[in-house]
Ligand binder design. Structure first.
Ligand code: GLU
Length: 428
C-alpha cells in the first residue's frame, strides 16, 4: 500500500506550511528544516556461516536545543537516509510537544531482522554501537527501540556502550528489558498513550467511547497495546487489525464483527510479528486483503504500522462514519490525504502527539536510571497519562485559538518551544 513519497520531503513540507503560518524567520527556518548532524556508516558483521556481511547504518541528530537527542533505531529492509532524517525531525517535534527535555534523533540499519539469527542480531547491534559510541550517550543522544528492534537488542547495545566507555551506563539507551535497566510500562506506553489521546479526543467531540468501534493497521507493539487500551480503558470494540505475513509477503486484515481479542491474537503471533492464519481462521476471524482495515465502517482509524499508508490514492476508501484518525505510526498520513481529512472534518490526532507515549516513558526510564530508583507500573502509567493528557490539551487549545487543524497546532506548539530553547541558548 505504501506509495513512493519521500518521507523527509513530507516532513519538510509539513514544517514549511507551519513556518509560513508562523512567519518564522528565514534563518531559524533554515536551521530547523535540516538535521544538525548525520552519521552514515558501514557495519561489518561475522555471520553464522563464517562469512562477513556489511550492513549500512545511520544515525541522524536533528536538533538538541531542548536536551540530548532522542529517538529509536529501526532495522528495516527499506531504510534510507531520508526516512531516518524524517523520523529524526519528527522526534524533535514529538519531544517538544510532549514537553520532555529532549531533542530529536533517529537511527537505522538496512536489514531484515527476521532473516538474522540471534547471534547475528547481537553482533549487528554491538557493531552499530562500536561505530556510534563516541557520538551517543546519556547527555548527547539516547537511542531506543522502533520498528524491527526489541528490548533485548537495547540490552546488548547498552552493554556494548558500557564496555567501551568502561562504566555501567544504563541511561545511554531506553526501552531496555526489565531487570536490565528498563522501566515498567515501557512496553505498553506507546499504544496506551495513543488511547489516552483518543479518550481526550472523544471527550472533546462528545462521543461515548463504549459505543465506538476502531480499526487498526498493524499488529506490532504499538498496535497491540492500542487495541488492548481501546477495549480495556475505553470499553470500545476493535473490529480488525492488520498484519504483515512473512510467508505470503503481503498484509492481511483480521476481522471479527463482534470484536477482536488482541491478547488471543498476540498468543498466535510468531517472533517476527506474523499472525498464524489457520489459528485465526479457526477462532472465527475473517482474513481479508491488507488494505481492508482502511475501508471499515468504524468511528476511529488507528494506523499503527509505518509511514506513507494513507495517501491520495486510497484516502477516498475511508468510510464516512470515521470521526477520528489516531496516528500511532510515524508519518502514516501524506499531506495530500491530510487535505482530504480537513475537507471531510475528520479529527486527526497527529503522529508526534498521538504516539509520544513511547518516548515519554523512555524519558521516565532515563530519569529512573539516573536516580537508580525505580517506580511501580502504576506510577509510570499515571505519570504517562498526565503528560499525554496535558500535551493533547495544549495542542487542542492552540488549534482552537489559532483556528488551525490539529497537526498544524501541534507543529506550532513544538516549534515555539524549540525556538525558545535556541534563543535561550543564544543560538539565534
Ligand atoms: N521509537 C519511538 C518513537 O518513534 C520511541 C523513541 C524513544 O523512546 O526514544 O517515538
Amino acid at each position: 500500500m505504501a506509495s513512493n513519497i519521500n518521507a523527509f520531503e513530507m516532513a519538510q513540507r509539513q514544517f514549511d506550511g507551519v513556518a509560513d503560518l508562523l512567519k518564522l524567520d528565514p534563518q531559524v527556518r533554515e536551521i530547523l528544516r535540516w538535521p544538525l548532524r548525520e552519521y552514515s556508516f558501514r557495519i561489518p558483521v561475522r555471520m553464522d556461516d563464517g562469512t562477513i556481511k556489511v550492513f549500512q547504518g545511520f544515525r541522524v541528530q536533528h536538533n538538541d536545543a531542548r536536551g540530548p537527542n532522542k529517538g529509536g533505531i529501526r532495522f528495516h529492509p527499506a531504510e534510507t537516509l531520508d526516512t531516518v532524517r524524517a523520523l529524526a525531525t519528527w522526534m524533535t517535534w514529538k519531544c517538544a510537544v510532549a514537553d520532555i527535555p529532549l531533542g530529536g534523533g533517529k537511527g537505522g540499519v538496512i536489514c531484515d531482522p527476521a532473516t538474522l539469527s540471534v547471534g547475528e542480531k547481537e553482533r549487528l547491534c554491538r557493531g552499530w554501537v562500536q561505530q556510534m559510541w563516541k557520538n551517543i550517550g546519556p547527555r548527547q543522544d539516547v537511542p531506543a527501540p522502533d520498528v524491527g528492534t526489541t528490548p533485548q537488542m537495547m540490552g546488548w547495545m547498552m552493554d556494548e556502550y558500557s564496555r567501551l566507555s568502561g562504566e555501567y551506563t544504563p541511561g545511554v539507551i531506553t526501552g531496555k528489558p526489565l531487570g536490565g535497566g528498563g522501566s515498567l510500562g515501557r512496553t505498553e506506553a506507546t499504544g496506551f498513550g495513543v488511547i489516552y489521546t483518543v479518550r481526550e479526543a472523544m471527550k472533546h467531540l462528545g462521543l461515548d467511547s463504549s459505543k465506538c468501534t476502531a480499526s487498526i493497521q498493524g499488529f506490532g507493539n504499538v498496535a497491540q497495546y492500542a487495541a488492548i487500551g481501546f477495549i480495556e480503558f475505553l470499553k470500545g470494540k476493535v473490529v480488525c487489525v492488520s498484519c504483515y505475513d512473512r510467508e505470503d509477503k503481503t498484509s492481511y486484515t483480521y476481522y471479527k464483527a463482534d470484536g477482536v481479542d488482541p491478547r488471543f491474537l498476540m498468543s498466535i503471533t510468531d517472533q517476527y510479528g506474523s499472525i498464524d492464519k489457520a489459528k485465526a481462521k479457526a477462532a472465527g476471524y475473517t482474513i481479508e486483503a491488507g488494505d481492508a482495515w482502511l475501508t471499515k465502517e468504524v468511528d476511529v482509524l488507528i494506523p499503527a504500522a509505518i509511514e506513507n499508508q494513507i495517501t491520495a490514492e486510497n484516502v477516498d476508501k475511508i468510510s464516512s462514519k470515521v470521526k477520528i484518525v489516531a496516528e500511532g505510526a510515524n508519518g502514516p498520513v501524506t499531506p495530500e490525504a491530510d487535505e482530504v481529512f480537513k475537507k471531510r472534518g475528520i479529527f486527526d490526532i497527529p503522529d508526534f502527539l498521538c504516539n509520544a507515549g513511547g518516548v515519554t516513558c523512555s524519558y521516565f526510564e532515563g530519569v529512573q536510571n539516573d536516580m537508580n530508583f525505580y517506580w511501580t507500573k502504576e506510577e509510570v502509567l499515571e505519570k504517562l497519562d498526565t503528560k499525554m493528557t496535558q500535551a493533547f490539551h495544549g495542542v487542542l487549545e492552540m488549534s482552537q485559538k489559532e483556528k488551525v487543524y490539529m497537526r498544524d497546532a501541534a507543529y506550532m506548539v513544538a516549534i515555539a518551544r524549540v525556538v525558545k530553547a535556541m534563543e535561550l541558548r543564544g543560538w539565534i
